[in-house]
Write a protein that binds this ligand. Structure first.
Ligand SMILES: Cc1ncc(COP(=O)(O)O)c(C=O)c1O
Length: 403
């Protein structure tokens, strides 16, 4: 027999946050301790899923043993619609909601329903890689617009306008942002909506981290200011509700003129094709959105302290600088000294091998030409973060700043 080759269109799929893990495992095998700052999974550290999410699954065991509705249970869909309303988004009914196996499946099926080969999607640069990976699988193109580091990583709206062409179908906005931790201003979001409206683009508003905000930062749900511009809004219980293993995510649509009628139906076809959502999780999602929200009282201040430490320590390291993250749990520091082979991947791999600190390289998210970054997840407790920053500081001094 010959080797069995995968489809060519899988070649472009990369996911830097996980691609670095096998190298870390090898480093660990060699006896070195590794501090994992690469993946946005709170459950690896000192966080627990709120008990009432588990309780809801347990209480509904009997109802959740069979296939669930392909589009999600009525209860879960209604809970998302009510959540949208509480967030200030008008006119979302349960029929405008579908639930999925995490926000990831929601994004993948939404993109599968829209893009033909060679069409393109406006994508923030840097970007969370699920969008680019899925697009590449669809043989569609990623059309990058920049986030402006000098302006708190706000989307560069002039760049967006410049990049639109006749094959552009949609624009992705990730707010609060992964990997930069930025939160977009209402004025910027409004401009993006206006641009989308005048070029007939669907807006994909990824609002996965919408409850994780620091310094009383104001978050504007995009659909709350969208007027009649159609958009799909993505959310999930993974981060806000500390339940990434549950795999509960959703889309709600904002489409007052029903312009996405056929497109919405196309996404539903995919949902039916894969038969069912994860039935027990429907009850956990419902409990998360409708139940007590007390965990935020502990979670947000805890994250904010870790953010403060991260921001201070990174900016104290000679040769690095970091914009203050306003939401989520990521920082995206910039490397301000020249790198051999112009590669922040090499920087990150060397940091891992030499000091046992695992971050994700900027090349995995994208960045302006000539700039270099890496992403740090600031979920870990302060002692782990401090140890990691000590090691990063030593590494930078020893390897790059020594004259
Ligand atoms: C911006 C963003 N969107 C979507 C997701 C998908 O998360 P999940 O599939 O766990 O809901 C993630 C996960 O890290 C993310 O960072």
């Amino acid at each position: 027999m010959h080797p069995i080759l995968p489809a060519r269109r899988t070649a472009g799929i990369k996911h830097a946050t996980r691609d670095v893990v096998p190298i870390a495992q090898q480093v660990e095998k060699s006896g070195k301790k590794v501090l994992y700052l690469n993946i946005g999974d709170p459950m690896v550290y000192d966080y627990r899923t709120p008990e009432h999410l588990w309780q809801a699954m347990n209480d509904n065991r009997k109802k959740a043993e069979g296939y669930s509705d392909s589009l999600g249970t009525a209860g879960a869909r209604q809970a998302v619609a009510d959540y949208a309303k509480r967030m200030g988004v008008q006119g979302v009914a349960k029929e405008d909601v579908m639930t999925f196996v995490g926000g990831s499946e929601a994004i993948m099926l939404a993109m599968q329903g829209l893009f033909n080969p060679k069409e393109n999607c406006l994508m923030p640069c840097p970007v969370y890689s699920i969008f680019t990976g899925e697009l590449s699988f669809l043989e569609a193109e990623s059309n990058e617009y920049y986030l402006d580091e000098e302006n708190g990583w706000q989307p560069e709206t002039e760049d967006i306008e410049k990049k639109i062409n006749e094959k552009t179908r949609a624009i992705v906005v990730i707010n609060p942002n992964n990997p930069t931790g930025s939160v977009s201003s209402k004025a910027t979001l409004k401009k993006i909506i206006d641009i989308a409206g005048s070029h007939n683009l669907v807006v994909y508003a990824d609002e996965t981290y919408d409850q994780l905000l620091f310094d009383r930062e104001k978050f504007t749900p995009m659909a709350s200011i969208a007027d009649d511009v159609p958009m799909l809004c993505f959310g999930s219980i993974s981060k806000n509700y500390l339940a990434p293993g549950f795999r509960g995510g959703w889309i709600y649509r904002h489409d007052p003129q029903n312009l996405m009628k056929d497109y919405w139906e196309a996404i539903q076809k995919f949902s039916r094709l894969r038969l069912s959502t994860v039935a027990p999780v429907q009850y956990a999602m419902e409990a998360a959105l409708n139940g007590p929200q007390d965990h935020f009282m502990e979670l947000v201040p805890k994250l904010q302290k870790r953010r403060d430490l991260t921001y201070r320590r990174l900016n104290e390291i000679e040769g690095l600088s970091c914009v203050k993250p306003k939401g989520a749990f990521y920082a995206y520091p910039r490397i301000n000294f020249p790198l051999p082979n112009d590669s922040d991947r090499e920087f990150v791999i060397d940091l891992l091998k030499e000091k046992g600190v695992l971050c994700v390289y900027g090349e995995g998210f994208g960045q302006k030409k000539g700039t270099h970054h890496f992403r740090i997840v600031f979920l870990p407790p302060e002692e782990i973060l401090s140890e990691a920053f000590d090691k990063i500081e030593e590494f930078v001094k020893e390897k790059y700043l020594r004259k």
